[in-house]
Ligand binder design. Structure first.
Ligand code: GDP
Ligand code: MG
Length: 163
């Protein structure tokens, strides 16, 4: 079947918004409603003549456990088992948080192709701020705006080339 990549990251960074933009559906629920989506959510994107499968790993974390790092890491571990590549998403408008550091270490250590998407870079002007996240240890950093679609094409080109 088509190669699978996973979208990982702590809650509220925009994983589901990215998933929805890529898949063009509302299969992954975005928002602040308590207790939404308990399941991993799968979708597909047609990219450059190929079909890629995507899993949004955020869905199973209930809001009241949302900031418990162990749950984020459990999700990441499942993603590493099943996916060929991982996109880690961070919120470019917030500081690097401890779970971001731990998650990036876990992912990079796996040896799989891992890409860092610095989200919420809604204008060209603030996109260079994404460079601040290079300290997480990624070779390449992709400033994106999942909401407006900026930078998403470059990110997918890189992911697709690695799978
Ligand atoms: P998740 O918990 O990681 O799945 O995050 P969501 O996709 O549910 O998004 C969390 C919040 O961030 C929502 O209010 C989104 O509208 C907002 N958001 C997501 N992507 C962007 C973006 O590119 N720019 C801005 N400004 N907000 C975004
Ligand atoms: Mg989500």
């Amino acid at each position: 079947s088509a190669p699978l990549f996973a979208i990982c990251g702590r809650p509220n960074v925009g994983k589901s918004t990215l998933f929805n933009r890529l898949t063009g559906t509302r299969r992954s629920i975005v928002g602040d409603e308590p207790g939404i989506t308990r399941d991993r959510i799968y979708g597909e994107v047609d990219w450059d003549g190929r079909v890629l499968r995507i899993v949004d790993t955020g869905g199973v974390i209930p809001d009241d456990e949302a900031l418990i790092p162990s749950e984020i890491f459990r999700q990441a571990q499942v993603a590493l088992e099943e996916a060929e590549a991982i996109v880690m998403v961070v919120d470019g408008r917030s500081e690097i948080a401890a779970p971001d550091l731990e998650l990036s270490r876990l992912l990079i250590r796996s040896g799989k192709p891992i890409f860092l998407a610095v989200n919420k870079m809604d204008t060209e002007k603030i996109a260079p701020q994404a460079e601040n996240f290079r300290t997480l240890g990624f070779k390449e950093v992709f400033p994106i705006s999942a909401e407006h679609g900026l930078g998403v094409g470059d990110l997918l080109d890189a992911v697709s080339a690695a799978m």
